[in-house]
Design a protein around this ligand. Structure first.
Ligand code: ASP
Ligand code: MG
Length: 422
């Protein structure tokens, strides 16, 4: 059994969806569990639906949802040739459910409504792809992953209940493979014990695939992307990047932690724990070697690995009464960051101040200030970039940061991080 994951870019047009079918056909007689995320930028569109709904701009929300619906209907029609197929009834049910949600008064948290609305993208994409595959010589079974992935109610970043989910996988997913070679499931979503939909965090489909791979004891997981494989830097931001043919789990978890948008950071653990290799392959040319990620890479020397996080803010919290930032104070400050779900990308503390670099999210920053302002003075500096380089050398660092002011730097033997202002 292999697990495949196809992301938004591989489904962003009718041609690409046809191409995905061809890739699958090149694995005849293979048992495949295929995890699919939403098409193209659908998740971003649905986020706007959720935002407008919550701001009680119901008409805008309804219009945006209608646009998503029309787009999916036209893709489905192009793939299936007409609108007579039972798929269209299934799609209509999904739309109706989302429209019902829009008809409610938003009495619960934003994160709750976000999850009820945004997961629609995956339901639509999997239903369309599954129906099309069945007509295109790729017989398969569609699975509603919300019947399998049980989570807590930490909406927008829900945590999988491993024991319950494993039981569901063993009892409900494994038997499907006695009648079918291919099962198609949604990434990114799951459900609580109250049958409320949840999401697992943006870009969470890689992680969904890894959960399946772990629980099915898959021989490998492949993430199909629009790039050659894993590179030493984002080619959209840096020239002369190189492909990395082989790399260890440990190294990739570091890259993801520092913000490389290669693979969702949570993906590695379920695979590492069962020693399941992760392959990154290019759906535009499946014969390219791609990247193999496994326990120990045989490649001795990695190139310098460069990660840039943009739109960063440096927040400096200083005690008003000159009391020291002790371990206890740090713990209080951390508790606030944790509660507001603000991730710290870099931190440093001094006698009476604590500095941290975070993603720029104005609402979160406002909440942080509101919560901390009684005891602390808070200053912040926006428009920064956080550069991380592993396996650095000074010449490269110089080249990468020469037109910038360095506001903060941390350095170990392997890794340098610099917070930069242009
Ligand atoms: N569709 C979701 C997102 O865009 C999940 C994923 O793509 O992995 O975040
Ligand atoms: Mg995606």
């Amino acid at each position: 059994m292999k697990v495949f994951k196809f992301g938004g870019a591989s489904l962003e047009s009718v041609e690409r969806i046809r191409q995905v079918a061809q890739i699958i056909q090149s694995f005849p007689d293979e048992k495949l569990l295929i995890v699919i995320s939403a098409m193209g930028k659908t998740t971003n569109e649905l986020e706007k639906v959720a935002q407008n709904f919550y701001l009680r701009k119901r008409e805008i929300a309804a219009q945006l949802l209608y646009n998503v619906e029309q787009h999916h209907l036209s893709v489905a029609e192009a793939l299936l040739g007409n609108r007579q197929h039972p798929l269209f009834t299934q799609l209509q049910q999904f739309f109706t459910e989302a429209e019902w949600t829009l008809g409610e008064k938003p009495l619960r948290t934003y994160d709750y409504y976000y999850d009820q609305l945004v997961g629609l993208g995956e339901l639509l994409s999997t239903a369309i792809v599954s129906a099309y595959f069945n007509t295109a010589g790729v017989p398969n079974t569609w699975l509603d992953v919300r019947d399998i992935f049980r989570t807590d109610d930490n909406f927008r970043d829900a945590n999988i209940d491993w024991a319950y989910t494993q039981k569901q996988v063993t009892e409900k997913v494994v038997p499907l493979f006695s009648n079918t070679n291919i099962v198609i499931a949604q990434g990114f979503i799951g459900s609580t014990d109250q049958n409320e939909s949840v999401t697992l965090g943006r870009e969470g489909s890689d992680y969904s695939a890894a959960v399946f791979a772990n629980m099915l004891d898959a021989e490998s997981q492949t993430i199909w992307k629009d790039v050659e494989g894993l590179k030493n830097a984002d080619p959209k931001l840096f020239p002369n990047t190189v492909n990395i043919p082989e790399i260890s789990f440990g190294e990739v978890i570091e890259m993801a932690y520092y913000g490389a948008q290669v693979i969702h950071p949570k993906t590695i653990k379920p695979l590492q724990n069962k020693q399941i290799p992760l392959l990154v392959k290019c759906f535009l040319d499946k014969d390219l070697p791609g990247t193999v990620i496994k326990e120990t890479a045989d490649v001795k020397q990695l190139p310098p690995i460069i990660v840039l996080k943009r739109n960063q803010v440096l927040i400096t919290i200083t005690s008003k009464d000159y009391s020291f930032i002790t371990e206890e104070k740090i713990s209080d400050i951390y508790e606030v960051f944790h509660r507001l779900k603000v991730k710290i990308n870099l931190m440093q503390n001094g006698a009476i101040s604590f500095s941290s670099c975070i993603d720029n999210n104005p609402e979160k920053i406002e909440l942080l200030i509101k919560t901390l302002h009684t005891d602390f003075k808070i200053a912040y500096n926006e428009g920064l970039e956080l550069l991380t380089v592993r396996y650095y050398h000074d010449g490269l660092l110089q080249e990468l940061t020469n037109h910038h002011t360095v506001l903060l730097e941390q350095r170990s033997r392997v890794t340098v991080q610099r917070l930069l202002k242009k």
